[in-house]
Design a protein around this ligand. Sequence first.
Ligand SMILES: C[S@@+](CC[C@H](N)C(=O)[O-])C[C@H]1O[C@@H](n2cnc3c(N)ncnc32)[C@H](O)[C@@H]1O
Length: 275
Amino acid sequence: MQGQTAMVEREPRTIPVASRSFGSWRVAVEREVLETDRLAQRYDEEAKGWKKTLRRLGVPQAYRSVFETWRNRRGLGPMEARGFKVLDAGIGDGAFAAGIVGALGSMIHVTGLDIAPGMLDLAGELFEGLGVKHALQVGDARQLPFPSNSFDVVISAHMLEHLDDPLTALREMLRVLKPGGELILAITKRSLPGRLVQLLWRTHAIEAGDALGWLTDTGFEAASLLELQGASLVRALSVFVTATKPNQDAGDALGSRPINLAGFGVRSLARSARS
Ligand SMILES: C[S@@+](CC[C@H](N)C(=O)[O-])C[C@H]1O[C@@H](n2cnc3c(N)ncnc32)[C@H](O)[C@@H]1O
């Protein structure tokens, strides 16, 4: 092969769109994902009108309601959450993170990561206005630029579905969570509005069971659904799930913090998550 350049064909990175079985035949349709640079550019172009669109669709209220459900299930209040370090991977304009601030109070610290600088600018404005301590940086969720075991809570809304291999990012989220820490996700659902998003953005559109499977396959435990009450576009569009990082050694994570579980006395979050 001397003097010849070996051509290495790169596999196209694809996302499954549909599949059907006909007897021994299985027909699957996949679509190439948008490359990261192109995706970042597209989100930067969308940034200007993003906030208005989310407000029109009722997204901020829906996000807050999901976090209130999670908070009530965990028996957390502003005092227990004081000083929590929260990472939002794919933070966008900050709407999902603002939901957890709404539910837990402004004494938490939010770190936000996104590939699109224009979206991070919006998030910065939002947190300044809310008076929440924050740190924002450009980066890829598949390679989180943070030490292991550094966050009490990791959240991420409508980011994983952009990735041909969402489990890589989930493994990173598991790594940076403290033992006993919690993950809360929103992912596009296989539904009519979900299919529309899929068509426009080349994303995954999944069933709730797929989301729970992703979490279990990555090594999270106590994976469960968070139900959004009432009929809304967000409910039709999104699956909300939560899970816990196994608490192997009782470090100083969220899992070992004493929290007040209403009506049941003081228990640890990890124990309440397991029960
Ligand atoms: C649909 S928006 C959701 C924004 C926000 N989380 C929300 O729910 O309003 C998806 C966001 O994920 C970001 N994103 C996509 N791929 C990413 C990656 N690999 N790493 C970090 N952010 C990513 C996009 O730039 C965009 O801001």
